[in-house]
Design a protein around this ligand. Structure first.
Ligand SMILES: CC(C)(COP(=O)(O)OP(=O)(O)OC[C@H]1O[C@@H](n2cnc3c(N)ncnc32)[C@H](O)[C@@H]1OP(=O)(O)O)[C@@H](O)C(=O)NCCC(=O)NCCS
Length: 377
């Protein structure tokens, strides 16, 4: 019996994260996501995933210094981004640039743990620079050089807009990065581990992960959520009527449902609270208001069908990012600039205890055929 989708199949041991889908709980290395989102920064979480413990002050300072020293991507990558078509898919552009980074890293093919740890820092430091530079170049603007005195979230917003963001915006971005950093054996992490399982290099594994993350059933969902919100807004239809019609057509409403969570995704809860904080800071509220209405409508519709489908992390990240003034097609790249920490942490585990990942397929095609000469076929 084949198990398409590998649902419930355990393919690795990990110390990085655990999900209790029934209760809607997520922990990174023992810490509840709620606690981490409230009390740590993205860099602390990166340290946690890479070292399996939280850093002390000196260790955090050292990691921040090392990341900042690697923020620059070099002129080759900027020139590459300039050469891309202006209408390039943002994830395809990121995937291309990350693939190219390998060509300029003398350690690209060194699979030792020490080299892989240095590469994890480089990738985490450089991916936000790539995303921000891509966004500016395609708009006909000059890329903005990273600032070593800013941490990842603040630096990213600075490179996107050319001015320092306010504290609320920086904290919002930072929490979003904490929430997306790690999530068990999701499709992109699995893709990364499958690639590393052949003893291919870390960049190739990350490029594979980026390809998997790009899909609408995984990281691409947050962008689709925003597309739906815009469609509702433009149609002038009541959100409840729109949801009813979409489900009636047999469509999926993006930002709902999850392979593992059978309760509200705890990350969605944190993001919704964060959204409230941004609104108190005087930001525009229409997208969050609309999201709340869609959530309510989904709840009602699903109740009628006797099903329970809850919002996932993508549902509120869409309206939160839009409220921060971020272009819709950067949502998935932002997911990637956070998840790179989880991917690389999984890769440390994979390389440390590697076995080729090679499942089987159930053959259901014909047997016993004989090749007929091409003239008589
Ligand atoms: C995430 C997702 C792919 C999980 O899929 P899965 O584990 O394979 O779950 P299934 O496709 O078997 O769905 C189970 C049931 O719930 C329904 N369902 C799941 N997600 C739904 C959604 N977003 N909208 C409407 N119905 C949904 C399915 O139609 C199915 O109903 P059925 O049993 O009557 O056929 C799926 O929920 C989905 O497509 N969500 C939208 C995309 C999204 O937000 N992705 C981001 C995930 S973080």
């Amino acid at each position: 019996m084949s198990n398409t989708g590998l649902e419930g199949v355990v393919v690795a041991q990990t110390s990085l994260s655990a999900i209790n889908g029934e209760k809607g709980e997520l922990i990174y290395v023992g810490y509840d996501i709620d606690d981490l989102a409230r009390n740590t920064t993205f860099e602390e979480v990166a340290y946690l995933l890479w070292n399996l413990r939280l850093p002390n002050r000196a260790e955090l300072d050292e990691l921040e210094r090392r990341l900042a020293a690697e923020y620059n991507v070099g002129t080759e990558i900027i020139e590459l981004l300039r050469a891309l078509p202006k209408n390039s898919d943002s994830m395809a552009a990121l995937r291309t640039a990350v693939s190219a980074l390998a060509l300029y890293d003398p350690e690209a093919n060194d699979n030792s743990d020490a080299a892989n740890r240095r590469k994890a820092i480089r990738l985490t430091a450089k991916m936000p620079t790539i995303v921000a530079a891509f966004d500016r170049i395609r708009k006909g603007q000059e890329p903005i050089a990273p600032r070593a005195d800013l941490a990842t979230a603040a630096n990213f917003l600075y490179m996107l807009n050319g001015e320092e963001a306010n504290e609320t915006r920086i904290r919002t971005m930072d929490v979003a990065l904490v929430l997306h950093a790690e999530h068990g054996m999701n499709a992109s992490t699995f893709a990364a581990r499958v690639t590393a399982g052949t003893l291919s290099d870390m960049y190739s594994a990350v490029v594979g992960a980026l390809g998997a993350l790009k899909g609408p059933l995984h990281g691409g969902a947050n962008m689709r959520v925003m597309e739906s919100l815009r469609t509702i807004q433009e149609s002038g239809q009541e959100p409840s009527a729109w949801v009813h019609d979409a489900l009636g057509r047999g469509e999926r409403v993006m930002g709902f449902g999850h392979r593992v969570y059978k309760a509200t995704d705890p990350r969605a809860t944190v993001l919704r609270e964060l959204a409230d904080q941004i609104m108190q800071g005087g930001e525009e509220t229409r997208w969050l208001d609309l999201s709340d209405k869609v959530r309510e409508a989904m709840g009602t519709e699903m109740e009628k069908k006797g099903k329970k489908i809850y919002p996932n992390v993508d549902f509120f990240s869409a309206s939160v990012y839009t409220t921060l003034g971020i272009e819709m097609d950067l949502f998935t790249p932002i997911f990637a600039i956070s998840r790179i920490t989880g991917w690389t942490a999984h890769l440390f585990e994979q390389y440390a205890n590697n076995r080729l990942i090679r499942p089987k397929a159930d053959y259901s095609g014909p047997r016993g055929l004989k090749v007929e000469p091409i003239e008589t076929r």
